[in-house]
Write a protein that binds this ligand. Structure first.
Ligand code: SF4
Ligand code: SF4
Length: 446
């Protein structure tokens, strides 16, 4: 049915928003499926219904602003939606440029690297109310939000002091990990990346922290494709090289993991020039024209390398579960008391790896851990989108159901592997928030 539509309207095959709009208004499934967990679909259907009532036609380019509502959470059933939204965001940035707020919020890497010189001075400057107000005004940030401070010592500097920036030599019987920490852990929460390192070392794994760029997700969310592709290419080259040398590539950030394992892989096997014909069964089979995505926003990257990278990357929880299955814990677990909840973030769920952290943490004596959140719950932060003035209310709306569930459960702490969720929980809940690896590191201590 959709293919017929494209034949009648050749423009639809070229315009990603038109493809998205025509496909999803025709299908209609997400009118009901995604009415609470996404802000894009309700708005698309609202405008569509309004146009129908007024007997007006709705041109897709009038929907450009709707793409601002997409956080790339990954919850929608068809990957085409994400691919089309990414293309539409990129086209908009090409035409209109990127706003200063989007530029700053999507680039923690640059900010973190600049801050490495004098993080204390930078944090002191930003703690001045007048500077904060000016910053918020110029970059259109929401006044209720406070940007988290940069760590006094970022993870990369810490790792370099310990020689973890040098490749460990291959040794029979020892697995080597190339650890991809992600920018948020590196620059804002290095204690998380240090805990991941400590846990892996306790398991007898040789940890290497290679030079790394931002995974690309935050800049892709803002449509900044030129910057994204530069960074993705650099990571791809380095990580695939390391995988070729026998390193296991491990991510503790679910967003970096989902980006490399999911977003980059989606449609790769449809790309022009993909010779990996055996992978075609992995292509999404949406009901509106997968072939229209042969050249998605990542088509400048080698499609086979996209697929190989996806195959080479492990989520840290998934990786640890495998090591546990091989040989159990490296020592007794110290009991931890508490009635906590674990929230598996959207980008972790979308990796299709189950909930390895919940299974692992439940082995800690004394710890009562309840899983919280449904398969469509989202914290609403959307990476750094929740800091924007014009996204703050949307962020609250998206996260409302999950926050309510946590409040009702009344736990003593929240555990989640996503550091954006952590920022949202810290903003809305008066509870300690931990990464699962921090909890495990504490249980393995002593
Ligand atoms: S085409 Fe896919 S994403 Fe769009 S409404 Fe249907 S099921 Fe949802
Ligand atoms: S990726 Fe998430 S926010 Fe974007 S359209 Fe899909 S469900 Fe909505």
């Amino acid at each position: 049915m959709h293919a017929d539509k494209r034949e009648k309207n050749p423009q639809a095959a070229q315009d990603p928003l038109q493809r998205f709009f025509e496909g999803c208004t025709d299908c209609d499934i997400c009118r009901f499926l995604m009415d609470e967990s996404c802000l894009v679909f309700p708005e698309i259907y609202r405008r569509y219904d309004e146009a129908l009532t007024k007997k007006q036609s709705l041109r897709a380019d009038a929907l450009r602003d709707v793409t601002d509502r997409c956080t790339l959470c990954g919850l929608c059933p068809c990957p085409d939606v994400r691919a089309n939204v990414i293309q539409a965001k990129a086209a908009r940035v090409q035409d209109e440029g990127i706003k200063p707020g989007a530029r700053v919020l999507s680039d923690l890497q640059t900010f973190g690297r600049l801050g490495r010189i004098a993080p204390k001075a930078l944090n002191a400057l930003f703690s001045l109310p007048v500077v904060r107000r000016l910053f918020q005004k110029f970059f259109e940030l929401h006044p209720q939000r406070t940007l988290p401070p940069l760590a006094a010592e970022n993870f990369f500097s810490w790792a370099a002091r310990r020689g973890l920036d040098r490749k460990p030599p291959a040794q029979a019987g020892t697995r080597r990990i190339a650890y991809f920490s992600g920018c948020t852990a590196a620059y804002l929460f290095p204690e998380v990346a240090r805990a991941v390192t400590a846990v892996f070392q306790r398991f007898g794994l040789a940890v290497y922290v290679p030079p790394q760029e931002c995974c690309g997700m935050p800049t892709v969310v803002e449509g900044d494709m030129a910057r994204s592709l530069r960074r993705i290419r650099a990571n791809m080259e380095r990580l695939l090289g390391l995988a070729g040398e026998g390193f296991d590539i491990v991510c503790s950030c679910p967003t970096c993991g989902y980006f490399m394992k999911g977003i980059l892989k989606e449609n790769a096997c449809l790309a022009t020039g993909c010779t990996d014909s055996g992978r075609h069964g992995e292509a999404s089979s949406p009901n509106y024209g997968a072939s229209s995505l042969a050249d998605d926003a990542f088509s400048a990257l080698d499609p086979s390398e996209r697929l190989r990278l996806a195959d080479s990357v492990f989520d840290a929880g998934e990786y640890l579960a495998r090591r546990l299955a091989e040989g159990g814990f490296p020592g007794p677990l110290r009991p931890l008391k508490g009635r906590w909840v674990y929230y598996a973030p959207c980008h972790q769920r979308e990796q299709g790896i189950g909930t390895p952290y919940a299974k692992i943490l439940r082995k800690i004596p004394g710890l009562q851990l309840e899983l919280i959140g449904s398969s469509t719950d989202c914290c609403g932060m959307g990476g750094s989108l929740g800091y924007k003035k014009n996204f703050y209310d949307a962020s609250m709306q998206l996260g409302a159901s999950l926050i309510e569930k946590i409040r009702k459960a009344a736990p003593e702490a929240v555990v989640t592997d996503c550091l954006s969720c952590r920022l949202q929980f810290q903003h809305l809940l008066d509870l300690p928030v931990y990464h699962p690896m921090e909890v495990l590191a504490a249980a393995l201590e002593g």
